[in-house]
Design a protein around this ligand. Sequence first.
Ligand SMILES: *Cc1c(COP(=O)(O)O)cnc(C)c1O
Length: 359
Amino acid sequence: MSEFQISPNAKPIAADLRAAMLQDPGFGRVFTDHMVVIEWNEAKGWHDARVEARGPLSIDPACAVLHYAQEIFEGLKAYRVPSGDVVLFRPDANARRFNESAERMAMPSLPEDTFVEALEQLIRIDRDWIPEGEGSLYLRPFMFGSETFLGVKPSAEYKFIVIASSVGAYFKGGKPGISVWLSEHYTRAARGGTGAAKCGGNYASSLIAQKEAIGHGCDQVVFLDAVEQRWVEELGGMNTFFVMDDGSLVTPPLGGTILPGITRDSLLTLARAGGITVREERYAIDQWLEDARSGRLREAFACGTAAVITPIVEVRGQTHNFTIGNGGPGIETMRLRDALTAIQRGTAPDPHGWVRPVR
Ligand SMILES: *Cc1c(COP(=O)(O)O)cnc(C)c1O
C-alpha cells in the first residue's frame, strides 16, 4: 500500500485549551486533532491512507454498517514513559486480533504492519494529547462496511479509521472495586456466534443487561454461558479472574464465546513467569458463591485495556448475593495490576518484549 498522505489540521485546539481539557479527561470524551483513514474496495484493496483533521464522516443513509452492523474495533493505549518516549503496549497483538475479528465478520484483513503504522502516525501527530501522570492516550482503530447498498451480503467497500482519546482513570472516582450483576436472563455469546470477535454488535446486545445491572445498583454485568447458564464467562467488556486461597489463579478458558483479551493473556504470562499456578478452566456460578462463603476464593477481578485490572468485590443477582474477601481490593489483584502497569509505563523491565516505542 502507498504512503500515508499527511494533511495537518488547519485549526488544531489551542495549547491552553488542550491543557484545560487534559486536567480531568475522564474516559472517551476528549478527542485529539487528527484521525487516520484508509479505504478498501474490491478493485484497489487498501488505498488512500491518510492522516487528516478529525471530523464528522459523511455517509449515505443506505451505508451497509447502519443496517447490518458489519463493524469491528480495537482498543489500546499509548503511554508516556520516564525516558520521554511514547510507547504502545503489544500493538501487534491488537493487529492480529483485529484480523481475526475481520475474518469472522467477513471483512477484508489489514496488513499488521499497516495497522501498527496507522497507530504510530496518529500518535506522532497528536502526541501532545497524552496526559501526564496516570493518564494515557486511548487509541480506537475500527472498520466498517461502507458500501451504499441494502442487499444482505458482505459490504464491497470498507473504511478503516483510527481516532484517539485522552483518558484518565476508567472508573470515575477511582472506586476501589466494582459490584457485578449476574445476568440470569440475557447471554452475551453462544457457540458459533461472535463472542470472540471484537464487534460493536456484541456490545449492542449486552447493553440491556448492563442497564439491568445499573438498575440494581451494580457497576457491571457478568454473563454466564448460553448453554447451561452455569459457567462464568466475562463482563460486557472485560475478562474475569479468580484468586484462590492457595495463591493460584483461575480464569475461564477461551472457546469461541469469550473475547481473547490481551490484558488476560499478559496476566497469564506474568503470573506463570512469577511461579503462580494458573488454570484456564470453567468456573461455575454456584462454585463462586460457595468458594466466596468458605474463603477458598480470596479475590476476583476483571481486566481489560481501558481499566487494566478492577477488583470485583460484590456479586448480586436474583438468587445470588455475596461479597468477596473483605469487600475491598485484594493483595494479589493489586500486585498483578502493579506488575502489569509498571511494564506498560516503563518503570519495570520488559522481559516479554511487549512495549514498543513510537518514534
Ligand atoms: C476488549 C474486550 C476485552 C478486553 O480485551 P483487552 O485486549 O484486554 O482490552 C474483554 N472482553 C470483551 C468483550 C472485550 O470487548
